[in-house]
Design a protein around this ligand. Structure first.
Ligand code: BG6
Length: 490
């Protein structure tokens, strides 16, 4: 297995001029540079098809940093230091001869080299073969691929087979940037370092759990990608199921990649497949129509640039998921995610059961039961809803609900919480795989999603609609209300 002794200081980024590279990866490198976390010997080679010079590529990076890094963090010394590390190689990935140019560009670079494929999966095989043909791969080379890996269980297996032709499992880094987010890692600390929570973390004490990833963005000019994928594959298959695994898994025996992955796999194995009897009460798909966000008119999905008018691709899903194991049987996990919703909100809400014997006025009972909200966006922190007596001699024993809140930026006196990519890029260089996915997790997640799609189509369920700028379709509220539950922000 790759380990930290095999530090990599050579990084090759395929798709260097793409959206992921310029919007997410370059700012992440910038912040790492700013924090002094990059080894002096690190060199980065951007690879893309456009025939531009190194200087033009560097300028594009500077432009991207100016766009995506807030002014207060921008620092010319830092980005000059960063772009000095960066070189460029123009390469048509389908042209075998072009790999010679790549070989020349990498001549003399330190090994092991990490190769990051920020390119469509149908190019993975040709790139891996190309690298193999120029005999540049060693047993410690690393290959990094992004979610979604494939489109279905079958296509993901096909991609894995192609990667495994030239790399073994310990060389493959499958990224889900949610796992690099500080607050996602904090789930492990919260659950397993606080006996207050660990002793209550089961269906005896927890009534239901919500996971919300609402986005105000639409498809941002990515119609070709998104229409073939939909919100289920784009957000649920990896990001949300990973959050669900971290909330639901048993305590790992150790904090290492193998133990954590094993526990996540067990959750996915226990995740109940949706079936024809429960699909209408467990799975809502919807698409946004014309609407407004903060006063600005937004086109519906079918009116987006490049849209094919008859598309039935979902931009919103709400799901009632169940985990059939000793810990969670009887506690539903509600998932909700959509594009073009009222705002960007990512959070997890854990709703604890109220006490069986209620000594206060019975009319107050419906509002009791503590909730723990773990927020990933717009703030990163946790808040616990607790009940206290209303102060005032004339209030009797009327209860009020208050929030005990912890904002990680304030409590830890941080300037900024690092992005998921910062942590993950560093881990790739260090050879630390604990925050990357294993093949089995991905395949189990696909199996569950594929089945949900299949049953949904077979049972002729409607595709609902919601206006851009709303909280999704009303049917997503009904999904919870039928069990006496509510989304905590509704
Ligand atoms: C990406 C999806 O993986 O995650 C995007 O492809 C989505 O469609 C993004 O917008 C959300 O990430 P974050 O970190 O902004 O919640």
């Amino acid at each position: 297995m790759t380990n930290s002794q095999d530090k990599s200081t050579s990084f090759v980024l395929f798709g260097a001029l793409g959206d992921l590279s310029l919007r997410k990866l370059m700012p992440a490198w910038f912040y790492l540079e700013r924090s002094g976390l990059l080894d002096d010997s690190l060199r980065i080679l951007g690879v893309a098809r456009q025939d531009i010079t190194r200087e033009q590529f560097q300028q594009k990076i500077i432009d991207a940093l100016n766009l995506y890094v807030p002014d207060e963090y921008l620092d010319a010394d830092v980005y000059n230091k960063l772009i000095e590390r960066i070189n460029y190689c123009c390469c048509d990935l389908n042209n075998h001869d072009d790999y010679q140019k790549l070989e020349q560009s990498l001549n003399g670079w330190n090994k092991p080299i990490s190769y990051y494929l920020a390119i469509p999966p149908d190019l993975f095989e040709v790139v891996c073969d190309g690298l193999h043909n120029i005999q540049i791969l060693t047993k410690n080379s690393r290959i990094v691929v992004e979610k979604p890996i494939g489109y279905s269980l079958e296509s993901s297996r096909d991609i894995h087979d192609k990667l495994l032709k030239h790399f073994n499992e310990s060389q493959i880094y499958r990224i889900d940037h949610y796992l690099g987010k500080e607050t996602v890692q904090n789930l492990i600390a919260l659950r397993f370092a606080n006996s207050l929570f660990s002793s209550q973390w089961n269906s005896k004490s927890i009534e239901y759990i919500e996971i919300t990833a609402a986005e105000s963005v639409g498809i941002e000019g990515r119609w070709d990608y998104f229409d073939g994928v939909g919100q289920m594959r784009d957000m649920v298959q990896s990001h949300i199921l990973q959050l669900l695994c971290l909330i639901a898994m048993e305590p790992p025996s150790r904090l290492n990649d193998q133990s954590i992955r094993n526990e996540k796999v067990k959750v996915l194995q226990a995740l109940q497949p949706l079936n024809e009897n429960n699909i209408s009460k467990s799975f809502i798909r919807a698409q946004y129509s014309d609407g407004q966000i903060s006063g600005a008119i937004k086109p519906g999905y079918l009116n987006e640039e490049g849209a094919i008018s008859k598309s039935k691709t979902e931009t919103f899903v709400a799901i009632k998921a169940e985990i059939a194991n000793w810990r969670w049987s009887g506690t539903p996990f509600y998932i909700r995610t959509g594009k073009r919703m009222a705002g960007k909100i990512t959070n997890i809400a854990i709703h604890f059961k109220s006490d069986a014997h209620f000594i206060f006025d019975q009319d107050q009972k419906s509002s009791t039961g503590n909730s723990l909200i773990i927020s990933l966006h717009p703030t990163e922190g946790i808040s616990l809803q607790v009940f206290t007596k209303r102060h005032g001699v004339n209030e009797g024993m009327r209860l009020r609900s208050d929030l005990m809140s912890l904002d990680f930026i304030k409590s830890q006196k941080l300037l900024k919480i690092p992005s998921g990519y910062q942590r993950l890029l560093l881990d790739i260089l260090l050879g630390n795989q604990s925050l990357f996915l294993c093949k089995e997790e991905i395949e189990l997640a696909w199996e569950w999603c594929d089945n949900a799609y299949k049953i949904w189509q077979k049972s002729l369920q409607p595709l609902y609609s919601y206006p851009a700028g709303s909280n999704g379709p009303n049917e997503s509220k009904t999904l919870l209300q039928q069990n006496g539950h509510n989304w905590h922000d509704e």
